[in-house]
Design a binder for this molecule. Structure first.
Ligand SMILES: Nc1ncnc2c1ncn2[C@@H]1O[C@H](COP(=O)(O)OP(=O)(O)O)[C@@H](O)[C@H]1O
Ligand SMILES: [Mg+2]
Length: 401
């Protein structure tokens, strides 16, 4: 049956350390989603001929990328997952050849584990989707390398790393993300998904989660990791039938049950991420008390109730938001995680709703604090620079050595 949701969860488990690693279940039945409806895995040709024409993509040699990442040095690893590791590297802006660390263009190089059919599929999906798109809320793919069994992807390096790190990693490197920045990230990620769902792109992303949302120096959110992306349905069709893949805790229930994939499956995952932003809790956290392992199930009863919504809010956000705005955002999340997919909003309408909260006038009308409150100062800072200057957010990745 190839690699199903379970395997990806298993693989993703390597990523998480400490507290987080425990959310990966060890119960085989829970982890492996039945794939009896799924067609068998076909052999995938592995040649450059499969790559769609992408004039903007550069084909790199393995030797160049090895040099650019200083021989894939373990201390330049900035991330990793089921199918490989991501390294930081440097290339010359014009020649695209390896550059001295700390000079030229900073890149992220994803090196896939060899000999994995699923790895090859994901590599190809990334080249073919990201290679075609250019959008402010999608990570930029600079090029790729396909040499013998080696498959690599070269992206622009996003200095602040993944949203996952900012929300869930503890330590002096990662200060809690402020409310204003959470709203900014929520809007940026929504715009990225809305673009994918638009007639122009017609793509279902299928793996929307905090580790796939990257942040640039001013917290603009960009979607990365297009390994599981799929063409949306054609003509009158409402869904595409697929193997069930994705990440436990983010995947829409009807997709898990039927394998029917729609843009509304992505909207469900978006709702889960919105809940993670509001609560600072992971989608699945087995370290929490019974009844709180699954974020959606735990939060659902509080989301539609103005008097209860504060109970799900991250207490690191105290004093930064008004109940009015928090309730409105919680209400978007509630609609996104509706069990009936038809009741979920479109990404376009979510963008419209979230845009209201970025407007400082609107925010000020909604809150009842005095002009000199910390919240107002934070807003002013955001309006001038896009970031909250009151909080220092050091780089999540290792600095150049
Ligand atoms: N362009 C990038 N800039 C900075 N960090 C990145 C970049 N791409 C990936 N990463 C880091 O590597 C992690 C894994 O990357 P991802 O593309 O999601 O790979 P996987 O397929 O293994 O999940 C991300 O969560 C992020 O922390
Ligand atoms: Mg990923």
């Amino acid at each position: 049956m190839g690699i199903c949701l379970s395997a990806r969860i298993k693989a993703e488990g390597h990523l998480h350390t400490g507290v987080n690693s425990k959310y990966v279940s060890t119960d085989e039945n829970e982890k492996c989603i039945s794939s009896s409806k799924l067609s068998s895995v076909q052999s995938v040709p592995r040649s450059e001929g499969e790559i769609l024409q992408s004039p903007n993509l550069k084909s790199f040699s393995y030797a160049d990328l090895k040099l650019a990442t200083r021989n894939f040095r373990p201390d330049s690893v900035v991330g990793g997952g089921g199918f490989g590791s991501v390294f930081k590297g440097w290339i010359d802006k014009n020649l695209f050849t390896a550059a001295k660390p700390g000079t030229g263009l900073v890149i992220a190089v994803k090196k896939l584990n060899q000999e994995s059919l699923q790895g090859h599929r994901e590599w190809l999906a990334e080249v073919n989707y990201l290679g075609q798109f250019s959008h402010p809320h999608l990570v930029k793919l600079i090029g790729y390398c396909l040499e013998d069994d080696s498959r690599l992807l070269v992206y622009e390096f996003l200095t602040r790393g993944s949203l996952e790190n900012h929300l869930f990693r503890r330590g002096s490197y990662f200060q809690p993300l402020s409310w204003i920045l959470r709203l900014k990230v929520a809007l940026g990620a929504a715009k990225g998904l809305a673009f994918l769902h638009s007639d122009e792109a017609k793509v279902i992303y299928r793996d929307f989660k905090t580790s796939n949302i990257l942040l640039d120096s001013t917290y603009n959110a960009k979607l990365s990791d297009f390994g599981l992306a799929k063409d949306g349905p054609l003509g009158d069709k409402t869904h595409v039938s697929t193997r069930v893949m994705g990440t436990y805790g983010y995947a829409a229930p009807e997709y898990l049950h039927t394998g029917h994939l729609t843009t509304k499956s992505d909207v469900y995952s978006y709702g889960v991420v919105l809940l993670e932003l509001l609560s600072g809790r992971r989608a699945i956290d087995k370290n929490r008390p019974t009844g709180e392992h699954n974020l959606v199930e735990w939060a659902r009863p509080y989301l539609g109730n103005r008097r209860k919504v504060f109970r799900i809010m991250d207490n690191r956000l105290e004093g930064q938001y008004t109940i009015d705005v928090a309730q409105k955002v919680a209400n978007i999340a509630l609609r996104c995680v509706s069990l009936d997919s038809k009741l979920r909003p479109t990404m376009d309408s979510i963008v419209e709703e979230l845009e209201q909260f970025q407007d400082s006038k609107n925010l000020e009308n909604n809150h009842h604090k005095t002009r000199n409150s910390p919240r107002t100062r934070a807003l002013d800072a955001v309006n001038t620079s896009g970031t909250n200057k009151n909080t220092a957010y050091p780089r999540p990745s290792s600095p150049p050595h």
